[in-house]
Write a protein that binds this ligand. Sequence first.
Ligand code: SF4
Length: 102
Amino acid sequence: MDLDPSIEPLAETREFFDVAAFIESVRPAWMDKSECFFHPEVDFFSSRGDSLREAREICKVCPVEDECGEYALANPKVRGVWAGMSERDRRAILKQRRQGTV
Ligand code: SF4
């Protein structure tokens, strides 16, 4: 059987999708300065009070706390402590913003 030379092989027509490059391209630049990156011993995703307090203490000295907080408020599906705010804290702030009380 002769192949039609005008038809490109499938491997040449599909674009390679680099997942790691895509994630890096959408990851905000401020995350490179995250203080939590230097504290792997602290659980920012725990629901225990002790861990929340530890995480919040780290957020207080983080140089990108403002950016982190706005990111978390804009992305309500993120979990854990962001900018010292728990999920409950963020829900309350979003509610206040919707009501125009902050
Ligand atoms: S504010 Fe807290 S959660 Fe956000 S990047 Fe800084 S240390 Fe991490």
